[in-house]
Design a protein. Structure first.
Length: 357
């Protein structure tokens, strides 16, 4: 018997081809796709497929190679975080957030992260491996399945690639993922409802601009100049802010999608009046939108959250320079909502259990 294939790795045409090799009519592929992307992750629950075919499919394919380890809901019910165990026993997480304009899921693209940003829990423990396209899709479908158990079908309107990992460092799998969830036979999600966050891998930003996928690009900037940025983001030794801005502007010119600059305020590092003034001047006429993010403090880190007065001052200085700026709505603080936090905490608890602490 051949090793089972992750069915979520397959495009519709690829699935049709696999079914043809099994002497199964190609039209069955659309039926299966329809079940999968509604969140049905068991062939035996696909009621318009015979039991014999269900068994044949189960022997040939796997669905959603994820096992839920934990799910934690915020006190106000607006956010739920899932911790998943992969087939190779690595751990990833994703977050579902409810907004007035629709439900949003934030997924991971790698196990760990190699970018090494000092304020981010994703980098704690280093990089393990890339996630496959199927593992990215599995996060969405498994979350949909879990959230649909006690209610009607749970709809996801927006996809955000801001979880653990650097999406552009896992470029090919990320692009395939975006195209598959855009497919009308998949989630049929508009590219305009997808956001990709990157620390600024310049050559991949240029490459992304040629993909004809007008997704929203969010740049994790977090500093007004290269000197400060190098202290908290090792990637800065490879790409300057000027290079990132040029690549981002090229992306805007090619796609028409306005760039968001993510700026996590860290007490005493990048949150001074002078930093806000320099940032505003540096943005100049680019037309970027700045999203201010008060950091979620993580254990084993020297970084602390800026005070409310400092946060307000920073935003006001940008507004006085006519910069488009907003403060990110803080969801999931009570459930370790920042990327990598829950995974990092879980691994810490696991190590303590092994030590008998």
């Amino acid at each position: 018997m051949k090793n089972p294939i992750d069915i979520l790795e397959l495009t519709l045409s690829q699935l049709e081809s696999k079914l043809k090799d099994m002497d199964i009519a190609g039209y069955r592929a659309k039926q299966i796709y329809s079940w999968l992307y509604r969140g049905t992750l068991d062939f035996t629950e696909m009621t318009n497929i015979s039991k014999d075919m269900q068994n044949r499919l189960s022997n040939r394919f796997n669905i959603a190679n994820l096992k839920m380890l934990e799910s934690i809901e915020s006190d106000d019910g607006s956010t739920i975080k899932f911790l998943f165990l992969l087939k190779d026993e690595n751990i990833i997480e994703c977050v579902v957030m409810e907004y007035s304009y629709g439900n949003t899921i934030c997924i991971s693209t790698q196990v760990g992260c190699k970018m090494g940003c000092s304020f981010c829990a994703s980098s704690k423990g280093g990089f393990v491996r890339d996630l496959s396209t199927g593992e990215m899709i599995s996060q969405i479908l498994t979350a949909k399945s879990e959230l649909s158990k006690d209610t009607k079908e749970y709809n996801i309107k927006n996809i955000v690639l801001m979880g653990s990992g650097e999406p552009l460092d896992n470029y090919d799998n990320t692009i395939k993922f975006l195209k598959m969830i855009h497919d009308p036979d998949g989630l049929n999600l508009s590219y305009r409802n997808m956001t990709l966050s990157t620390c600024g891998i310049v050559d991949k930003i240029y490459k992304l601009s040629e993909e004809n996928m007008p997704i929203t690009l969010a740049i994790s900037l977090h500093a007004p100049n290269d000197s400060i940025r190098r202290k908290i983001m090792p990637i800065s030794s490879r790409y300057s802010i000027d290079d990132i801005f040029k690549a981002s502007d090229h992306y805007f010119q090619e796609t028409g999608r306005r760039i968001t600059l993510e700026y996590a305020l860290i007490d005493g590092i990048n949150d001074r009046y002078e930093d806000a003034l320099e940032l505003g001047k540096r943005i100049g006429d680019y037309g970027f939108h700045v999203n201010i993010i008060p950091i979620n403090e993580i254990s084993d880190s020297v970084h602390r959250r800026s005070s409310e007065d400092t946060i307000s001052q920073f935003i006001n200085v940008l507004r006085d320079q006519n910069i488009n700026v907003s403060r990110r709505r803080e969801l999931g603080t009570s459930i370790q909502g920042a990327c990598g936090q829950l995974r990092y905490d879980y691994l810490g608890r696991y190590v303590k259990r092994l030590k008998g602490e």
